[in-house]
Ligand binder design. Structure first.
Ligand code: ATP
Ligand code: MG
Length: 331
């Protein structure tokens, strides 16, 4: 079976619709046909300032949400990144293969470091994409389900795999992104020029665990565009296009069908129906997440089993890599 790896940061308690539509629904689908490793990437989460108690809590809430969304721990290894130290062992080796200029070109670093300011920008934020490459390569993964914003990091991962193989002998498959056709980049409802993000102001972000009343209100107050026709047009109508994409991906209607259905009606009707579609989706996810969080011992057992399964693979990769780069074996 092809191997799959993906991760999600526990930077907020809740995931958002972009995470689900761009990445997590693919995580669930890929379990059918692959051997999957899915992790809550807490090591990545400390690249920006965090509160320790909140991070611990958010890691559990993240794991519970993944299960609620359909990650099946019987089929896939579900674990917390910091429980598998081999990610860091491989990351160091890859850092020593990454050019400083190459890492400096990463646009996510440029965006996030601008937000943090010079004083708040850490070396960890800079090397984030290399750790991500290690996350993927330590499982020798062939497929990586992610949203559109991760294309550049994936390209770096592929380059590092090729570089390592070239220098030290064939070790890593060169992984492919699994990026969905629709909804690979869900936009913020208040700023449709920015991707929806856990680390932006929450007003335009539809969190899965928000109170449904809050969700409906956020959708009703989404920024729309000039004109009144409900038609998809990414340039002239980025706000409406985003709402149509979300509706279409969740409801299964095509954008063309939605345009036809809303012909002659206004933006308000679209928002009202979209609020219903979204609330119907998140309500059971929210309830199931809470149920899973109520049995913390069971959740921790799932994560421990996942980490053990992950380490079975990761330990072997690190041993092979350490040997190939010339480290003297212990004993
Ligand atoms: P942060 O703002 O802390 O970086 P995030 O919302 O970008 O959080 P991540 O944990 O970085 O979330 O990403 C998890 C997955 O969700 C990745 O595969 C990423 O590509 C995907 N993703 C994130 N935002 C969106 C979005 N707006 N649309 C589609 N996919 C997204
Ligand atoms: Mg992100």
């Amino acid at each position: 079976l092809p191997r799959v790896l993906s991760g999600i940061q526990p930077t907020a308690g809740s995931f958002h619709l972009g995470n689900h539509l761009g990445a997590l629904r693919q995580w669930v689908a890929l379990q059918e046909t692959t051997e999957a490793f899915y992790c809550v990437v807490d090591l990545h989460a400390i690249t920006v300032p965090q509160d320790p108690a909140e991070l611990r809590r958010n890691s559990l809430v993240s794991a519970a949400q993944l299960l609620a969304l359909g990650v099946d721990p019987e089929r896939s290894a579900l674990f917390v990144q910091s429980h598998v130290p081999e990610h860091l062992q491989l990351s160091w080796v890859l850092e020593c293969l990454t050019g400083f200029g190459e890492a400096s070109r990463m646009t996510q670093f440029k965006d996030k470091s601008q937000r943090e300011g010079t004083a708040g920008t850490t070396v960890g934020l800079f090397t984030y994409p290399v750790l991500m490459a290690a996350d993927i390569l330590v499982y020798q993964a062939q497929q990586v389900p992610v949203g559109d914003d991760q294309r550049q990091h994936l390209e770096l991962t592929r380059d590092l795999a090729i570089r390592f193989n070239g220098r030290f002998g064939d070790t890593f498959p060169v992984p492919e992104g699994v990026i969905p056709e629709g909804a690979a980049r869900v936009m913020d409802l208040q700023s449709p020029d920015k991707k929806m993000s856990k680390s932006l102001p929450p007003a335009g972000c539809i969190f899965l665990l928000d109170d449904p009343k809050v969700t409906a209100k956020k959708i009703r107050s989404a920024v729309t565009d000039t004109g009144r026709e409900v038609v998809a047009d990414p340039v002239e109508k980025p706000g409406i296009t985003n709402l149509l994409t979300i509706h279409s991906t969740l409801s299964g209607s095509t954008v063309a069908e939605l345009e036809e259905r809303f012909a002659g009606r206004g933006y308000g009707d679209l928002k009202k129906e979209l609020a219903e579609v979204v609330v119907d989706f998140v309500t059971p996810v929210r309830a199931r997440t809470q149920e899973l969080l109520d049995d913390r011992a069971e959740l921790e057992r799932v994560l421990a089993a996942g980490a053990a399964r992950a380490r079975e693979v990761a330990v072997g990769t690190v041993a092979a890599v350490y040997d190939r780069v010339g480290f003297l074996p212990p004993t």
